[in-house]
Design a protein around this ligand. Structure first.
Ligand code: MV4
Length: 445
């Protein structure tokens, strides 16, 4: 195991990683921006180093300052958390070039899976279904239009460098295809500096189901079952749960084994999430691989009892996976609600500011992952997530009741939060029945 690592992130995930380090007797160095200088989680770290102003480009995305800090504090590894540099293969490359372990997959795997066409090819090679689409990139509008007609509308135009919903356009006919094709290309150029796009048949109102994987450097890989993340708004997840409430045991096995085949084909190591879209008939299609630990990882930790961050550290330090697939059991139901500093009554407008009153829920079956407390100021510079509530119970019905109870106890004043929106969803009869898909929030909230 490492003796000292650096955490290149902030907020709740920085604190989550500090906690894992301390349980493993690993020293944790955390970097912070001027905007985060008073955050109390910094006191829990063994060292905290200011790396620049509030703006992410000057601090949490500033590779040279992060590497300098790693060199000065003499750490053996860097954990990137999620967001910021977590899926930046160039950053991982620089870490390696400086003799610092990157707690994540290899640079090659990050580059491969970061290219959505290569990832599609890999899935096909692994015998995993993908939505019908283009073999390679489409740079010619006339050719692309021909293919769209061959596939049949609706089709979705996706950026090769995309992911998480950026640089995508849906087209229902030739007219919307022409405008969507050019819009997707220019959007992708602006967002990723890469205008390449490809085509897929559009799956209407799918569920978003993802499989958690962990793989070591020696070729061992296991899955930790699935999460249903269909409750999202504009590609931002709001509620995640495990298991997916409609999946049969047979389908679950198929899905998890398909995810493992992709990971093995990619010669992958460390944590991965394999995303699928599932249609009304429970046909699933590979979507993309997220090469980081995800926000919603606690859902999986609750139902499996495994600490995924500690596993990431064990694997990155070269240890072999000790757990076998047959030892990974799924128990009960876990649900996570993300609490954002946003106003659901005002189109989810950001609601930063100082929290003057903060009373956290607790009690049986409730886990709170947050860096926030009374007196904390939510900065407008970063993601608006202030807290994750995760509940774990024997049944989905009980988990929903516990979540409603916990959300009801939560006091966060005077800023606006998404607590009322989460409560509305949890009370909605379609949600209660598990009859949800990615269009739920847009249509029903
Ligand atoms: C799709 C799709 C329908 N058909 N691909 C959005 C995020 C990125 N991972 C891919 N996404 C989608 N790809 C095909 N062929 C619908 C979406 C999509 C979506 C997926 C997951 C969660 C929420 C979503 C919301 C809108 C669209």
């Amino acid at each position: 195991m490492f003796s000292k690592i650096l955490i290149a992130n902030r907020g709740e995930i920085a604190l989550r990683i500090i906690r894992a380090c301390h349980e493993l007797n690993v020293e944790a160095v955390v970097v912070y921006s001027e905007a985060d200088r008073d955050a109390p989680y910094l006191k829990l770290a063994d060292e905290a180093v200011c790396i620049g102003p509030a703006s992410p480009a000057e601090s949490y995305l500033n590779i040279s300052r992060i590497i300098s800090t790693a060199e000065i504090t003499d750490v053996e590894a860097i954990h990137p958390g999620y967001g910021f540099l977590a899926e930046n293969a160039n950053f991982a490359q620089i870490c390696h070039d400086c003799g610092i372990a990157f707690i994540g997959p290899s640079v090659e795997a990050m580059r491969l899976l970061g290219d959505k066409i290569e990832a599609r090819k890999l899935a096909k090679k692994a015998g995993v279904p993908v939505s019908p689409g283009s073999e390679g990139i489409l740079d010619n509008e006339a050719e692309a239009l021909k293919l769209a007609n061959k596939i049949g509308y609706p089709v979705i135009i996706k950026a090769v460098a995309g992911g998480g919903g950026r640089g995508m356009r849906v087209a229902h006919n030739d007219i919307s295809f022409r405008s969507g094709f050019n819009a997707a290309q220019s959007e992708a150029e602006v967002a990723f500096g890469d205008s390449r796009v490809f085509l897929e048949k559009y799956i209407v109102d799918p569920r978003h189901v993802e499989v958690q994987i962990m793989a070591d450097k020696k070729g061992n890989a296991v899955h930790f079952y699935e999460r249903d993340c269909s409750i999202q708004r504009r590609h931002q997840k709001m509620i995640e749960e495990s298991p997916c409430p409609v999946l049969s045991e047979k389908k679950r096995k198929e899905l998890c084994e398909a995810a493992l085949r992709i990971i093995k084909e990619a010669d992958y190591e460390n944590a991965a999430t394999v995303e699928f879209l599932m249609d009304k008939d429970q046909n699933f299609y590979f979507c993309e691989v997220n090469t980081r630990i995800q926000v919603e990882h606690p859902v999986t930790e609750m139902v499996t009892g495994h600490d995924l961050i500690k596993l990431q550290l064990h694997i990155a330090s070269g240890e072999e996976l000790k757990i076998k697939q047959k030892d990974i059991k799924h128990t009960g139901v876990a649900i996570e609600c993300r609490i954002n500093a946003e106003d659901p009554a005002n189109n989810f407008a950001p609601s930063p500011g100082t929290i003057t009153k903060y009373i956290s829920p607790g009690g049986p079956g409730v886990r709170i992952d947050t860096h926030v407390h009374q007196g904390y100021t939510v900065s407008p510079n970063y993601d608006s997530m202030v807290c994750k509530i995760i509940v774990h119970q024997d049944t989905r019905e009980e988990a929903i009741a516990t979540m409603k109870r916990a959300l009801g106890e939560f006091v966060i004043e005077p800023i606006k939060t998404t607590i009322p929106a989460c409560l509305d969803i949890l009370s909605h009869n379609l949600f209660v029945k598990g009859n949800i898909d990615t269009s739920f929030v847009e249509k029903s909230l």
